[in-house]
Design a protein around this ligand. Structure first.
Ligand SMILES: [Fe+2]
Length: 185
């Protein structure tokens, strides 16, 4: 197995330790969306896609621990930094170049809010994966009101193009469809 395949496997093997049941599938979907949005995504962007939420599998901290949703931006920033530090350590162990390590670190640190072209791609892919898969799990774990706030966060941060892609997603579950409509219209 080459270094890139090994690192992807190591990340995917860690993710099921997360308290969130969707974690590993979510990561794979984010990578799929990244490759749809940018077919020539380099190794750094692909590694960032798989590992952007990796800290949850190590620390167990999730948004359920956030009592006051008005603090979501600080919470997300801290989550991003924790994930960036963890993937940095893993990459160093695999002897990745400092350039690649720095790039993955920056992308993971920026995945919630974007800020440059590739961080924006990762942020958009994260939301698209969220809308394609995570909502029923959120609803079960956090309840309707908190899930609605989460949906709004995941939608409002998007570029117009990515909002259009979200609007094309068909929600088969009627309750989810109503909830998403209420949240983003
Ligand atoms: Fe994510």
């Amino acid at each position: 197995m080459n270094k890139f395949d090994l690192i992807k496997k190591e990340i995917l093997d860690i993710l099921p330790k997360s308290p969130l049941a969707f974690e590993q599938i979510h990561a794979k979907l984010v990578l799929e969306w990244v490759l749809k949005l940018k077919p020539d995504a380099d190794e750094a962007l692909q590694i960032a896609a798989l590992s952007h939420d990796i800290e949850r599998a190590i620390t167990g901290i999730t948004e359920k621990d956030l009592d006051d949703y008005s603090k979501i931006n600080e919470f997300k920033k801290e989550h991003s930094i924790r994930s960036a530090n963890i993937i940095t350590e893993i990459l160093a162990k695999h002897d990745y170049s400092q350039n690649t390590i720095n790039k993955v670190k920056r992308l993971v640190e920026n995945h919630e809010f974007g800020g440059d072209q590739e961080s924006d791609i990762l942020k958009n892919a994260d939301s698209l994966a969220y809308f394609s898969y995570n909502i029923p799990f959120n609803l079960k774990r956090m309840g309707r009101e908190k899930t609605k706030l989460k949906i709004q966060f995941m939608y409002n941060r998007l570029s117009d193009d990515a909002k259009n892609l979200v609007n094309q997603i068909k929600f088969l579950d009627k309750d989810i469809k109503i909830l998403v409509k209420e949240a983003i219209s």
